[in-house]
Design a protein around this ligand. Sequence first.
Ligand code: TYD
Ligand code: MG
Length: 457
Amino acid sequence: MAKLRTRYVCQECGSTQPKWMGRCPDCGEWNTLVETLVEATSSGAVVQRSAQAVIGRSVPQPLTEIAADNYRRTMLPMDEFNRVLGGGLVPGSLILIGGDPGIGKSTLLLQISAALAAEGHVLYISGEESAQQVKLRADRLQISSDRLFILSETNMTAIMDHLRQTPPQFLVVDSIQTVFLEELQSAPGSVSQVRECAGRFQGLAKGQNIPVFLIGHVTKTGTIAGPRVLEHLVDTVLYLEGERFHAYRLLRSVKNRFGATNEIGIFEMGDVGLSEVPNPSEIFLAERLPNASGSAIAVTLEGTRPLLVEIQALASTTSFGNPRRTANGIDMNRLLLLIAVLTKRVGVRLADQDVFVNVIGGLQINEPASDLAVAAALASSFKSRPVAADLAIVGEVGLSGELRAVSHIETRLKEAAKLGFKRCLLPASVQLKQSQFLSLELLKVRSLGEALDIALV
Ligand code: TYD
Ligand code: MG
């Protein structure tokens, strides 16, 4: 029988040490040794397998003869969640749900567990809260099911025993940082513990074909292993994002073996937990003041879904030497670039201005297609001239002030038309297959200067 041993493996050069050291003696890097489980045979010798023994274990198959296993996905009564999973829950998939503490991971997973209990036996392992605490939360969420089982346990051996005795059809582990293997000396939450425990759950998911959800906290310091170390191991990585003091929560897929990445689901945290937001654009635009300066509407794409969001900007003369730049919801470097292009190419002189940019709804926009809307909002605030209220804006801004084409333009235009926008500003270079969007007037422009002339009233 193979014995479990631990070794310390340098994460930089891969050398193995019997003891922990602060500095790797081979490559000289500090703090790179991580405790790792190794399996050794009782004699300690490497087992030599003959070629004969290897052949016959696995056989190469022609691609054309492999039966395509059409996953029978479980559809949850939550469309936003199904969407993020790529169209329902795949049997045997290992799903990691990461997010800051307090963002609502336990709440979401308890709601999902209750929904899954309609399909079969669900086991919710809570390492962070006692069964009573989970019960209190369930009462608050008005959840009750006799097929939903709560286990408050952190020891992997005990967990595995339970799983062997009564295998569930769905498993939730809250959180992967609290469970531990006794064989490892390092504390729960360390890289090796998290990786090894997740490996066991992966074996279970694949071996028994049950979907397993792992909850993981994102941590900024390296001391506790965050979900990052697990990303390669799991099938799907979802992040629950949002600001604590805002009600909206975004569930974003950053990796998905069974669907598109960057797909988002939008939820609202309320008194009875998270509820779906099926029409997010309407909500993001609800509080907009139509003729205020410094506001523009961008048509962004999150995964496959177009979203209209309001971008607000404020430029005000700085009273200190160094002007401040604050970016909320867009990348800071992108903002600095747009400020430079506005100053240099179109004479919107922001060098002595404090600049604040905010994306409404707590959304984080990562695609450059919203550049033009950010630039328009900035110019609008600087010149105290509002952006036309019926105008939606799409386009990437280049360093020469030229506008560049963006992807999936038709999807974006449809959403803008659906929400009642009359005109859309877009780069002249976009290729439109469908030449007309009946209710939407398309204003094609080549440069940032031209765009601002049209946008500002
Ligand atoms: P929680 O799911 O415990 O977060 P996590 O597991 O990610 O650490 O939820 C945290 C917050 O959600 C908490 O501050 C209270 C709030 N909340 C509500 O607003 N409504 C509710 O119905 C519930 C259960 C929680
Ligand atoms: Mg929690």
